[in-house]
Design a protein around this ligand. Sequence first.
Ligand code: KG4
Ligand code: ZN
Length: 329
Amino acid sequence: MYILSFESSCDETSVAVTKDGKHVLSNEVLSQIDIFKDYGGVVPEISSREHVKGITYAYLSALKNANLTMDDIDYVAVTEGPGLIGSLLTGINAAKTVALNYDKPLVGVNHLSGHIYASMIEHDVVFPLLAVVISGGHTEFVIMDKDYSFKRIGSTLDDAVGEAFDKVARILDIPYPGGPLLDKIGKDGKDIYNLPRPMIHSNDYSFSFSGLKSATLNLFNELKEKNEEYKKEDIARSFEEAISDCLVEKAKKAIKEYNVKEVLVVGGSAANSIIRSKFNNSLNNVIVTFPQMKYCGDNAAMIGISAYYKIKNGEIDDITLSPKSRLDL
Ligand code: KG4
Ligand code: ZN
């Protein structure tokens, strides 16, 4: 089964062709990061316009790189939400146009399920599994007992993991996009500041990172006020260790409670080297899986893979599909 998929929920315009819910034949990703460097973050109106500019090229390029034509495509999939409404709209309109024009069935995909299924590219998972979704907009713990069945057991009460990375990067004067650059300098730092691990021992799977962000800000201001010598590398590393501990401790608890066999760590912040090594080194008797680096951030390949399992589950949409800024799994 060949699926043509579109993703435009935030600042990447992407179109992909995937095969049988496992293989990526092409995955064109046009990133808007360079544009938003000057703004320090995503500007929704500009993002929407950039999607309009790039989507036709991405579509043609995805088909060409897969060496296929629309005749070969079985389904058209697209991110339905959550995301920026104007940005989503561009992908949905493009997908509808193609689906109508070539008479193909249309499938709307939840962006978060896309992130989860990114780890299933060229990889077979073992159920029950725990998906740790850590992106710019979301921090969710999800249990899956079988394909396309999502049970959300916890989420953040305030900032998402990626959002906390971006805000702490801003505190440290690290330019946008903060997450990857903070990751880079943190590798040379030491965890010497013992920052708080909020809610680490709470009796549920909730997270709260805004206090950790404030503690990092207070630490930075204090060091400057007292004229103490400091290295941004050490502050970055201390923050990363704290946030990773919160995630890993709760993962250990979920593994026990839900008899989890495999842990998937997915989403933009799953690219983080400290988070990766802490998950790899701290969990026993479970498989720990991360998507390939190129599939951690937003991309259309993960939408195509997820669509395959939605179709297998007997779920199809139609031309009335509309963008949803909020959408639960
Ligand atoms: O999944 P994604 O591309 O978009 C959303 O769905 O939100 O995630 C983007 C987020 C940003 O907050 C970015 O700073 C973060 O992922 N991120 C990272 C790293 N690379 C991207 N956070 C920590 N370490 C990284 N290496
Ligand atoms: Zn995302």
